[in-house]
Structure formats: structure tokens, C-alpha cells
Design a protein around this ligand. Structure first.
Ligand code: FPP
Length: 245
């Protein structure tokens, strides 16, 4: 039986988040520059989006550019921005054909105007789609998002919109960039690093973590299905005992 055939619809996560890592090392292994790795990473993005749509996953969040990534050499940052503009532009038709809705989280204002324009156009253009929601985390970090939420909350308390004692986990959640999105049940990181790297810090409280040695540009549908299968076979207890479940 193929990996895909072994997947049980009821046991699949609704939301999968991915830390796409290893583009630079992949390129270096091939004696090429880091940007070559990013370019080849786009193919892995396409495969992952397709695989998620095929399995009727509701949300797929990809960590495409972190707050910390701004510190990379200017040439690499510029290349990544161009890659984003081109990929969003070129994939728009495919997104619509496949009923995929695009969404973005992060400090979007910090992105170059051209990226913002392409991104907002694609978000608007796909807003009526009802299949997979593809969430791009751009200029994103978990700490940025939490601080942003705290500042907005403070403002709303000051303005009398909410009372300080109303704040609970559910209300706080509404102030996050992922407000309307369920927490990811599964977080995948490629390239053999065992880190969270400031990704979805609040949302992954109970996520299952899956690490693979595969470098991002080599990641294919089968790798995604393998992660889903691994998830399917885990017991999620949320702090309870096996007997209570
Ligand atoms: C991490 O590899 C990868 C990134 C920081 C960028 C990911 C971007 C893409 C795959 C391209 C475009 C994305 C979309 C959504 C169209 P790394 O550079 O940290 O690799 P290393 O750890 O080996 O140096």
C-alpha cells in the first residue's frame, strides 16, 4: 500500500505548519550559491501545497521569511523577495484552479512595496476560494506576534473596548495574526535541525513535532505523506492519561 493509501481521513490534522529549512546547505552541497537553494525550494513548496490540497488539509502555514531573516546579506534578502513576487504571481492561476485561498501572517508592512502589492492582490483574488488556506508567514516571528497582540490588547483596555479582567486564552488568541485559524496539530521541520526558531510560539502548545533530515529543496509529496502517517499513529493526550481519552 502506498503511503497516501495508508492515510485515514478522520485522523489527519486540520492545520499543518512547516519550517522550510536547508536551502542554503542543499545549494552548498551542489557547489552552488544559497539563492540556488531557495529557487529549488519553490518546487518543494508547490509539491507540499499540492499534497496538502489532495488530502483536504484545511490550513497549511509555511515559514517563508522570519523577522530574523532580514539580517541575512542584502543580496540574499533581495533574491528571496524577488522569488516571492514571481512565485505568487506565477502560481495565482494554479491557486484559483485548485480552490486555494492565500493568506499571510507577519509584519507585512516591512516587506518591499512590490511584494506587498503582489501579496494583497493574490489574497484578494483568492479570497472566495473554499479549499485549502495557504498561510505564508512573512517577516514573521512568534515573539513579534505575541508582543503585537499585547500592545493591541493594551490599547483596547485603554480605550475601554475590553476590561483587563476579561483577558483569557481565547480572547488573547483573537489578537494574534492567526486569530481565525485553528492551532496546527502538526509542525514539520526539515533539514535535521531540532529547533522552533521563533515560529508560532503560542499556537504550537500542543502540536506534534516532526523532524526530518531531508533538506527543503528535496522535500516531496511522499515526505509530506510520511509526516502525516507518523502523526496519525501518535496518541495526543493534551495533558491527560491514555485511559481518559
Ligand atoms: C530556509 O533555508 C529557507 C528560507 C529562509 C526561505 C524559504 C523560501 C523559499 C522556499 C522560497 C519561496 C517561498 C515561497 C512561499 C514561494 P536556509 O536558507 O535557512 O537554509 P540553511 O539552513 O541550509 O542555510
Amino acid at each position: 500500500m502506498s503511503l497516501k493509501q495508508q492515510l485515514i481521513k478522520d485522523k489527519l490534522p486540520k492545520h499543518v505548519a512547516v519550517i522550510m529549512d536547508g536551502n542554503g546547505r542543499w545549494a552548498k552541497k551542489k557547489g552552488n550559491i544559497r539563492i540556488f537553494g531557495h529557487k529549488n525550494g519553490v518546487k518543494a513548496v508547490r509539491e507540499t501545497v499540492e499534497a496538502a490540497a489532495e488530502m483536504q488539509i484545511e490550513y497549511l502555514t509555511l515559514y517563508a521569511f522570519s523577522t530574523e531573516n532580514w539580517k541575512r546579506p542584502k543580496m540574499e534578502v533581495n533574491a528571496l523577495m524577488s522569488l516571492l513576487i514571481n512565485s505568487i504571481h506565477n502560481e495565482l492561476e494554479t491557486l484559483n484552479k485548485n480552490n486555494i485561498r492565500l493568506f499571510a501572517i507577519g509584519n507585512i508592512n516591512q516587506l518591499p512595496a512590490k511584494v506587498q502589492k503582489e501579496l494583497y492582490q493574490a489574497i484578494e483574488n483568492t479570497s472566495g476560494n473554499t479549499g485549502l488556506t495557504l498561510v505564508l508567514a512573512l517577516s514573521y516571528s512568534g515573539r513579534w506576534e505575541i508582543l503585537n497582540a499585547v500592545n493591541q490588547l493594551l490599547n483596547d483596555v485603554k480605550n475601554g473596548k475590553i476590561e483587563g479582567d476579561e483577558i483569557d486564552s481565547s480572547l488573547f488568541n483573537d489578537y494574534l495574526a492567526t486569530a481565525k485559524i485553528p492551532d496546527p496539530e502538526l509542525l514539520i521541520r526539515t533539514s535535521g535541525e531540532f529547533r522552533i526558531s521563533n515560529f508560532l510560539l503560542w499556537q504550537i502548545a500542543y502540536s506534534e513535532l516532526y523532524f526530518t533530515e531531508t533538506l527543503w529543496p528535496d522535500f516531496r509529496k511522499e515526505d509530506f505523506f510520511k509526516a502525516l502517517l507518523d502523526f496519525q499513529n501518535r496518541e495526543r493526550r493534551f495533558g491527560m492519561t491514555s485511559e481518559q481519552l
